[in-house]
Ligand binder design. Structure first.
Ligand code: FES
Length: 423
């Protein structure tokens, strides 16, 4: 148990948990973002910045914690102005954490040097901005704090050539804008997936008895509970929502069963209690292995392991090479690049007043998500709305949790939050 203050209010917590979980799940201070140790959850504890995912609440007795929700009106105005003026806000997921670092610095150092600003921000990642504009924002905030007045109103004259702050700068700086994970709905359940133990194996049986017996578990869902199509995919319908009994897994990320429970810990615990019997099959590790004529097939139902074949021909390459002064031959490979958006994929779904399954998503193609959730549920009575998107860069085009959350809502008739971890 611990007693401490959050934004000037005395709070008491009996359950020992990470400060991040307490601030978000119990106090609903959703400016404190859960990006998983990326600095998006920075708060101020007794004047010093700290990632909220680090300290246990039991260790915080008597401490004083400030989040963006605890800024004074003047500070709100200054940081909104400075971050908007500098153009420092893009997806915004990192910004409340950056604002906390700015405040902690300017509270003790009225005229920081660029090196001091960089040092103050050093533990926070931003995937969108390249940091230059955030450093500019801190400089602007320092100057405004020194002068004591905002130099000008933000220009809202939206003509070509005029300079305006983006319209969502306020909600992103002050943390009032909602990403899917920021929705806490009444009676909301939490989803968890049991994923394949092997990259390639046949699922022989699934026993959900122990998981269903765990107090707090409301549903354990397998492929046979899917009312519509099991397979989805933007370009080709080859992505299984859940691997059925008799089906073959394609990679470690394939989901086999889903759990909906009253809290996240119970959902994760229940997923581990689902017992799956596998027949382990030869794995395929590389494209070269997959391309061999006798390679095992990744997808049982396909002729071979080729997803698509494209031949592009333009002009007469042989002729051009023959007439070139120099010819260089080399083997080129493109690298894997992880998009590394700061906001993990999350969806929140529920039945709305029209009796439709409504999905809040963090999505780069909400129309595709709508189409594919409708396929899985076998109904058009589905709505998808993008909440704020904490970065994507191409990495949030595919379905990850949206259809799983929608399916759990369909089965339980209750609001469900489903979120991937950073790992
Ligand atoms: Fe910093 Fe997107 S604006 S992560």
């Amino acid at each position: 148990m611990a007693v401490f203050t959050v934004n000037g209010q005395r709070v008491e917590t009996k359950k020992n948990q990470k400060l991040l979980r307490f601030l978000r799940d119990e106090l609903h201070l959703t400016s404190v973002k859960d990006g998983c140790s990326e600095g998006a959850c920075t708060v101020i504890i007794d004047g010093r910045t700290c990632k909220a995912c680090v300290p246990d609440t039991d260790l915080l007795d008597g401490r004083n914690i400030i989040t963006v929700e605890g800024l004074t009106e003047w500070e709100e105005k200054v940081y909104t102005y400075a971050y908007g003026k500098a153009g420092a806000v893009q997806c915004g997921f990192c910004i409340p954490g950056m604002v906390m670092c700015t405040k902690a610095l300017l509270d003790v150092n009225k005229e920081p040097t660029d090196e001091e600003i960089k040092y103050a921000l050093r533990n926070n990642y931003c995937r969108c901005t390249g940091y230059v504009k955030i450093i500019d924002a801190v400089r602007i905030a320092a100057k405004v704090m020194q002068e004591g007045t905002l130099p000008e109103e933000i220009n809202n004259d939206w003509h070509i050539g005029s300079r305006v702050a983006r319209i969502d700068v306020g909600e992103k700086v002050l943390g009032t804008g909602k990403y899917p994970d920021d929705f806490y709905l009444d009676g909301m359940l939490y989803g968890s997936a049991l994923r394949s133990k092997y990259p390639r194996a046949r699922v022989l049986s699934i026993d959900k008895t122990k998981a269903l017996a765990l107090p707090g578990v409301e549903a354990v869902v397998t492929a046979e509970d899917i009312p519509g199509e099991n397979k989805i995919g933007h370009l080709k319908h080859d992505q299984y929502t859940l691997i059925p009994i008799g089906g073959i897994t394609h990679y470690l990320g394939d989901a086999i069963a889903l759990v909906a429970a009253r809290d996240k810990e119970t959902a994760d615990k229940a997923a581990k209690l689902i017992q799956v019997e596998y027949e382990v099959l030869p794995h395929i590790h590389t494209i070269e292995e997959a391309a061999k004529p006798d390679a095992p097939k990744v997808f049982d139902e396909e002729e071979n392991n080729i997803c698509a074949y494209k031949h592009i021909s333009r002009g007469n390459a042989a002729e051009a090479i023959k007439n070139s002064k120099y010819v260089i031959s080399h083997h080129f490979e493109t690298p894997w690049t992880e998009h590394a958006f700061l906001e993990p994929e999350c969806a929140v779904s529920f039945y709305d007043e029209d009796g439709d399954v409504f999905v809040y998503s963090t999505d780069q193609s909400a129309h595709q998500t709508l189409h594919e959730c409708s396929l899985v549920l076998g109904t058009d009575k589905v709505k998808v709305q993008n909440a704020l998107v904490g970065g994507g860069f191409g990495g949030k085009e595919d379905m990850t949790v949206q259809h799983l959350s929608a399916l759990l809502t369909y089965v339980t008739k209750k609001p469900v939050k489903m979120k991937l971890t950073r790992a």
